[in-house]
Write a protein that binds this ligand. Structure first.
Ligand SMILES: Nc1ncnc2c1ncn2[C@@H]1O[C@H](COP(=O)(O)OP(=O)(O)OP(=O)(O)O)[C@@H](O)[C@H]1O
Length: 337
């Protein structure tokens, strides 16, 4: 059995966007680790900074419009110090990325074989025959039934699920150690979602890759992830194993997300609604608990002035001490303190 190792260490990473001449943090002081053979899910509502984290790791921001600090140590290289040429050695080779919208990620004018081969042209010196064989092998690996036929097709001739399989084939063509999948199943219907997640899990096992799976769908996370990081307003508010986060969630935001998730066995129950919205970057409070305005019944003194992470069990961390005091209001809206 391989021993686990953190091959990706995200240390104190912040990314700020320039808006009307001023910089505002979209993600603040993120610390995360990813190991080989694991799927780390990053969850949170829209606008919490999940995609910004992914694109920061991948070096996809325009330096004229963004300010990035911290360190992304990937197998000993700080990715944040690379220039575009340096990044190109990693993207597609050691790091594969899967985006939400497979149609816009594929070139409509090129056949599938050509699009999968391109990434190998850049990063390998395989012969034409070896490349063709690898294309067929990859299409097989992502569960495409007639790979020879699909290889000759154009993206518009494929269904959404097939296109997403092709995107995964491109992402894994060079056997990356890290795969970043940003909402890989959001555009797909439920049955296809399950198939795509199976493909991702199989790849993780076969390639011993580490996967960062970004999603707002907790159902996807429960079925797929080994570890979970919950993001709110640009910060990690809770992280732990999937079991810890799902069975013993601590942060009020995690608990609220879970409570607002439809359950198969209580379809008729009213779902909990988290009041308010994720603050925009310009409205982000400079200090205090960023989630406090959405749980106004929790007294101010329950929150820390500068919330920090607290270890509640080995590997299970929660931001802010308010978790110790948090309760949901009852149906009449009252809370027993
Ligand atoms: N290029 C940009 N310029 C200014 N603000 C941005 C930019 N990109 C993202 N933002 C803002 O940063 C915050 C985080 O956005 P981000 O897309 O990372 O969130 P997310 O959790 O991935 O949401 P979604 O699931 O909708 O993609 C949001 O407030 C968003 O409006």
């Amino acid at each position: 059995m391989e021993t686990a190792s953190n091959f990706l260490n995200i240390k104190d990473v912040s990314t700020a966007f320039k808006i009307n001449g001023q910089y505002y943090d979209a993600i603040s002081h993120i610390n995360l680790q990813v190991q080989h053979d694991e799927i780390l899910a990053i969850v949170g509502e829209s606008g919490c900074g999940k995609s910004t984290l992914a694109t920061t790791i991948m070096g996809l921001h325009d330096p004229a419009e963004t300010k990035i600090s911290g360190e992304v140590d990937f197998e000993g290289t700080d990715l944040l110090k690379l220039d575009e040429k340096g990044y190109n050695q990693f993207r597609g080779a050691k790091i594969g990325m899967i985006f939400q919208d497979p149609l816009s990620a594929l070139n409509p004018l090129k056949r599938i074989e050509e699009q999968i081969s391109e990434v190998m042209d850049y990063h390998t010196d395989l012969s034409a025959e070896d490349k063709h064989n690898r294309v067929i092998e990859l299409l097989n690996q992502v569960g495409i039934v007639n790979p020879q036929r699909t290889a000759r097709q154009f993206p518009h001739e494929l269904s959404g699920g097939m296109r997403q399989r092709v995107i995964i084939a491109i992402a894994i063509a060079c056997k990356p150690d890290l795969i970043i999948a940003d909402e890989p199943t959001t555009a797909l219907d439920v049955t296809i979602q399950a198939q795509i997640l199976d493909v991702l899990r199989d790849i993780q096992k076969e390639n011993h890759a580490g996967i960062i799976l970004i999603t707002h769908d907790l159902g996807v996370v429960a079925e797929t992830a080994d570890r979970v990081a919950v993001m709110y307003a640009g910060q990690i508010v809770e992280q732990g194993t999937a079991e810890q986060v799902f069975n013993t969630p601590e942060h009020p935001y995690t608990r609220s997300l879970l409570r607002s998730m439809p359950q198969r066995d209580n379809e008729n129950d009213d779902l909990y609604v988290i009041k308010g919205n994720v603050p925009s970057l310009q409205k982000m409070p400079a200090k205090g608990d960023r989630f406090a305005p959405r749980i106004p019944w929790v007294p101010a003194e329950a929150h820390e002035e500068n919330p920090t992470m607290h270890e509640v069990a080995p590997g299970h961390e929660v931001r802010c001490t308010c978790y110790k005091h948090f309760q949901f209001p009852d149906e009449q809206g009252s809370v027993t303190v």
